[in-house]
Every structure is written in C-alpha cells, then in structure tokens.
Design a protein around this ligand. Structure first.
Ligand SMILES: Nc1ncnc2c1ncn2[C@@H]1O[C@H](COP(=O)(O)OP(=O)(O)O)[C@@H](O)[C@H]1O
Ligand SMILES: [Mg+2]
Length: 384
C-alpha cells in the first residue's frame, strides 16, 4: 500500500515514520521551493512544476492508494482533481470549510457545539457595529484566512486598540501589510476569559469507527504552542463528556476520515470551540510516547481503513516544543536532551528563531513530576 502526503514538513515525517512500521510506503507532493529536509529518505518526492496535471502528479507519486495532507493551507482545487484518481482524506470540502474562520465557525455552530459569538466584516465594513452586535468589548479580530501562530489577530479592549486595527486595516487594504492577506475579511469574536485551553483529538476511519484521546491542556507563549499536558488538569466530568461528544459529533457530521483536532476554551462547565485543524496536530504529539497508539499511526490507520488503535494514555504525559533559538544551518540533533524518560523527536530542519524544529515527550506518575520534567527539558534546551 502507498500513501501520498501533500506537504513535506515534520507532520509528514511523523506520519511516514508511523506508517513505515505497518509496511506502508510513502511519497510526497512538494510545492516548488518547499524544503524537503524533514522527509528526506522516507519516500519519493514529486515537486509540482508549471502546467503539471493532477494525473501526472498521481502517476509521479506512484499511483497511491490514498492521498492525505499535513497542512491546512493546501490547494483544495488540486485535492479535488486528485480525488478523480484515488481517495483523498480528509475530504477537500471539509478542508475548504476549515480553511476560513467564518465557514469553520458556521460548521461548529451547525453541529450544535458552542463557539464564541462572532460577526464577519469585509473590506471597510465598520468594526464598531460588529463589536456592538456581539455585546461589546473585549473582542478578538482575526483574518478569516492566512492566520496561524497568532498572526493576523488583534485583541481589542479599548478605543486605542480599535484605532490600531484600523491603521493595520488601511495597510492591508492597500496591500502593504507585512503578513499575507489573500482576502479582506475578518471575524470579530467575543474574547473569552477562559481558564484553560485544551485540545480534543479524535480519528474516524473509512468504516466510520471513531476513537478519541483524552483532552490535553495547551500552554501558548507568544501565540505559539509551548507545551502540552495530558490529561488536562482539573477537568470536570461535564467537560470530559462534552469533549467526547464534540469530537464525535464533528467527525460524524462531516463524514470525516483521518485525525481531526479541536482547540477549545474551558470556562467553568462551558466548552467553547476555538478552532479546528483537519490534520494531526502539535498538541497531539505527546501521544507518540504517552498513548498506546499515536495520533500519526491512527491517522494512517484511518485513511488506510485499518482498525483504529487504542488511545489509552499512560499516567501523565507531556510535550515540550523545541523552538529554534538562532538562525543556523546546523541540523544536528540535541542528543543531550535524550534521557531515560525523555523522548526526543527531531525534525532535521534548519533553525530559525521561533521555528518548531523538534519536541521532547515526557511521562510521569503525577502532574507535579510532569511539571518538573518539562521544566528540566526547557532548561536543557535553553542551555544547549
Ligand atoms: N476569542 C478568544 N478569546 C480569548 N482568547 C483567544 C480568542 N481567540 C484566540 N485567542 C487566543 O489566541 C490564540 C491563537 O488564536 P487561534 O484562533 O487559535 O489562532 P491560531 O491560528 O494562530 O492558532 C488562542 O490559542 C488563544 O490563546
Ligand atoms: Mg490555534
């Protein structure tokens, strides 16, 4: 069996590594100029060239049995064309919905799940009316597309913040913004005074079987995931039950095949969906060493229509992201971070400040022990 993945980053690498164990072959579809360092040695790479047809891509990929994706920002029209030759998971229509925050939140609402109230504004539509429509400040404004790691977002809590957004909007409309803006539309959503952020990750296979992982807590710094803690501490039974319901409702409603990640805010017994990711997710990396079956293996099993693996977790688990510290071509793994109970996952990428270049998973018997171990990894990484 052969699976092809659109994209050549670390998620592709970890998907391929888990599939190789089951005797599955891989090939990868790369955009022109895309780095393929992460998947070096793991399968054929096809670089998309000008005028190449979907059939030519499918053939060059080695006529795969299924095609999947590792990123959300993918060419949906191309996914649809490839679907003429073999199954493509998740379905391009679902990816299209999730690619745009307005469509994504509409899907969440239509699935009967909670999400923060929002209004979409386009071009020069007034922000003040939108803020009023959702009950006043504070709000978060986000571009409907081209947002990641906190980019293209404005937290608005005062008249000064409104003015700052309007200044940025002028630059965006003139095409002079430092960040990419494919379209001029935003969602204005209520800022939630959440207690914690959790991820709910689940998988559904072609047959419709569903599994889900216990929710983990996500700690972000500067808009980037810093670490995950599993199980998320202090979760009430109400939240746990809601989490299971949310993931299975979304998987079933969309007829989803593969791994889906749902980022949520917890506020008392309210579980509020923030955003969805139609792929394996950074907040599920702990599962490589903390669960019977990793999210990567379950994604491969799901799209290969194999029975999904047990998602049982072992005690307490955590993940610390290794973010690049300097600009450097050095891709040598920091093996000093490998300890009896530290599991290093190194992506082989060149380092840039803030870039995700690896992670370390840890296991523990208690939350206190886990916190100590994560702190130890953090210090070792910063000192290395
Ligand atoms: N409505 C909100 N209320 C409070 N905090 C928010 C809200 N939306 C986003 N945030 C904060 O900003 C972070 C990034 O926002 P998110 O929508 O997840 O975008 P990204 O695509 O950058 O991950 C969230 O993890 C959360 O900490
Ligand atoms: Mg997010």
């Amino acid at each position: 069996m052969r699976i092809s993945i659109i994209g050549c980053g670390q998620l592709s690498r970890m998907l391929a590594l888990s599939g190789w164990n089951m005797g599955i072959d891989f090939s990868f579809l790369a955009d022109k100029g895309e780095s393929t360092a992460c998947i070096s040695g793991l399968g054929d790479v096809v670089i998309i060239t000008e005028g190449m047809s979907a059939l030519e891509m499918y053939q060059a990929l080695g006529r795969p049995d299924a095609i999947t994706i590792e990123r959300e920002a993918v060419d949906v029209a191309l996914m649809k064309e490839l679907k003429n030759f073999c199954p493509v998971f998740p379905d391009p229509d679902i990816v299209w919905k999730i690619q745009n925050r307005h469509r994504e939140k509409t899907l969440v609402k239509e699935s009967g799940l909670e999400t923060s109230p929002w209004v979409r504004i386009q071009d020069e539509e007034p922000l003040a009316e939108a803020i009023e429509a959702i009950g006043g400040l504070p709000v978060v404004v986000k571009s409907t597309e081209d947002g990641y790691d906190g980019h293209n977002q404005w937290v608005i809590d005062s008249a000064d913040h409104i003015a700052a957004f309007e200044d940025d909007r002028k630059l965006i409309l003139k095409g002079e913004s430092q960040h990419k803006h494919a379209q001029f539309e935003w969602i204005v959503e209520k800022k939630i005074p959440f207690e914690r952020e959790i991820s709910v990750i689940g998988a559904r296979n072609v047959d419709g079987s569903i599994v889900s992982y216990i929710p983990g807590e996500n700690v972000h710094k500067g808009g980037i995931l810093h670490s995950s803690i599993v199980p998320a501490p202090h979760l009430s039974d109400v939240i746990k039950t809601k989490a299971e319901h949310y993931i299975s409702a979304l998987l079933k409603k969309t007829g989803y095949v593969g791994v889906l990640a749902v980022e949520c805010f917890v506020l008392g017994d309210e579980l509020i969906v923030n955003e969805l990711a139609p792929r394996v997710h950074n907040s599920g990396h702990w599962s490589m060493n903390g669960a019977d079956t990793s999210q990567f293996e379950n994604h491969v099993r799901a799209i290969a229509n194999l029975p999904l693996g047990s998602t049982r977790h072992c005690g307490v688990a955590g993940m610390y992201n290794l973010l690049g510290k300097t600009l450097s071509d050095n891709t040598a793994p920091p093996t000093a971070l490998v300890k009896p109970e530290h599991f290093l996952h190194w992506y082989g990428k060149t380092s840039r400040p803030g870039r995700k270049i690896g992670h370390v998973n840890v296991r523990a018997d208690s939350q206190e022990e886990l916190a100590e171990k994560l702190e130890c990894v953090r210090k070792q990484w910063l000192d290395s």
